[in-house]
Design a binder for this molecule. Structure first.
Ligand code: PMP
Length: 412
């Protein structure tokens, strides 16, 4: 069925050359970023080629940099034990699942990984999709529809927002971490929708702060709403043994309906998961478009995530080192007079410097002095709150952190 746009929205193709991509408003907006970088007189910080494993250090054009641009939080990407398991999986199963898992793509390592994730978090079951971003898009897009309401934190990741749009549900954002406002939205809408879901993240990737999960769980107890938590940055990094924000707040895993996470960060792989009750996971397994109509995660990626979970389960030593490094970095940054914003108890530490140009130039200066860190600026963060975003790793040495603070102080 062809749906025609109303006349007011029809574009006159002759007045607007659709093949002149530089004339698209969105392309013009994107070109402004390039213009800003040029104005700052800096090297393009994007798509730099990292020639080896990116851990606490990375090699770019043959030079070593102290690295804060990768979320290899526990240093497990590059760990021999993990690499051996990934290589073994290739030897046994090949390099591709060669089909949707529903058809002929299912390998023993897939089920093993899902069981391991479920056990680690404490849920009945889990489902692994081939990408973290696509997990949010397809699961949110699939689970909710135009009869539903999605209430989400206004600092939510793009993948959450895209999933909300795809679903066709009504969406209302609440101010970051504002549970009172969230409750008010629930109260106002409680009888108007078939399903209401609150979507939050464990750790927020721009500010490095945590969601007050305990308060959201209280809302879920008080009202008939679902709770969806994206643990992309909190699994493996937060909580005494790295089990995430649930462990941090002492919350039983059953008190959240959807535990979402990615394998690309602490778990040194690539892919995404949803963990929860068996009935939910089984339904998703047979019906979620991004799972059913897509090839599964590769055997090597599944094996890398299994091996990473093995390392984390065996000892919380890396998790503890990561948390110690983060506290040390925040403390040293504050002592040197830097604004680390609301970051706490997550491995993401922003150094907020103000305007976009300042952040871009500062990141460039750091790079020239051997520190790789990316600037974040409007529209990724509010105007006037441009920052450098540091991803801390368990593998950073105290010397790495000291050098970085010294170079920052010299360059500001
Ligand atoms: N959710 C959040 C909160 C994220 O920060 C990211 C990626 N940075 C994703 C989902 C997507 O995960 P992936 O990069 O593994 O696709």
């Amino acid at each position: 069925k062809v749906v025609k746009a109303p006349p007011s929205q029809q574009i006159n193709a002759r007045a607007f050359d659709i093949r002149d991509f530089d004339n698209y408003p969105e392309v013009k907006q994107f070109n402004q970023v390039k213009a800003l970088l040029n104005k700052c007189g800096v090297e393009n910080p994007y798509f730099r080629i990292n020639e080896k494993v990116a851990g606490n250090v990375t090699q770019i054009s043959g030079t070593q940099y102290i690295n804060y641009s990768s979320y290899n939080y526990l240093g497990l990407s590059g760990l021999e034990e993990v690499q051996i398991k990934a290589k073994e999986a290739i030897d046994i199963y090949g390099t591709s699942p060669s089909a949707s898992r529903l058809a002929a793509g299912e390998k023993p390592i897939h089920g093993e990984l899902e069981q391991k994730i479920a056990n680690f978090i404490g849920t009945e079951a889990a489902l692994v999709c081939a990408g973290g971003h696509s997990t949010n898009v397809t699961v949110i897009g699939h689970m909710f529809n135009s009869n539903d309401l999605i209430i989400y934190d206004d600092l939510s990741h793009n993948s959450v927002v895209e999933g909300c749009i795809l679903s066709g549900a009504r969406r209302i954002a609440f101010p970051h971490n504002d549970t009172e406002k969230c409750e008010q939205i629930i109260k106002e809408n409680i009888n108007n929708y078939q399903k209401i879901v609150i979507i939050i993240e464990g750790a927020y990737s721009m500010d490095g702060d945590l969601a007050p999960l305990d308060k959201f769980v209280r809302l879920r107890k008080k009202y008939p709403v679902l709770l969806y938590v994206d643990e992309a940055h909190s699994l493996g990094t937060v909580g005494k043994t790295g089990r995430g924000i649930g462990e941090y707040y002492g919350i039983n895993a059953q008190e959240v309906d959807f535990w979402m996470g990615t394998l690309s960060k602490a778990l040194a792989s690539n892919g995404g998961y949803i963990a929860g009750r068996k009935s939910l996971i089984n339904y998703l397994k047979y019906t979620t478009p991004g799972f059913v109509y897509a090839a599964g995660i590769t055997p090597a990626n599944a094996a890398a995530a299994v091996a990473s979970l093995d390392v984390i389960e065996r000892s919380n030593e890396r998790v503890q080192r990561l948390q110690k490094n983060t506290q040390l970095f925040i403390q040293k940054a504050k002592q040197s007079g830097f604004n680390t914003g609301p970051s706490c108890d997550t491995p993401i530490v922003p150094i907020i410097v103000g305007d976009s140009e300042k952040a871009i130039i500062l990141a460039d200066k750091l790079f020239k002095k051997g520190v790789s860190v990316h600037p974040m600026f409007y529209p990724s963060v509010p105007l006037g709150e441009a920052r450098l975003r540091f991803f801390i790793s368990s593998e950073h040495t105290v010397e790495d952190l000291d050098t970085t603070i010294r170079v920052l102080s010299e360059s500001i």
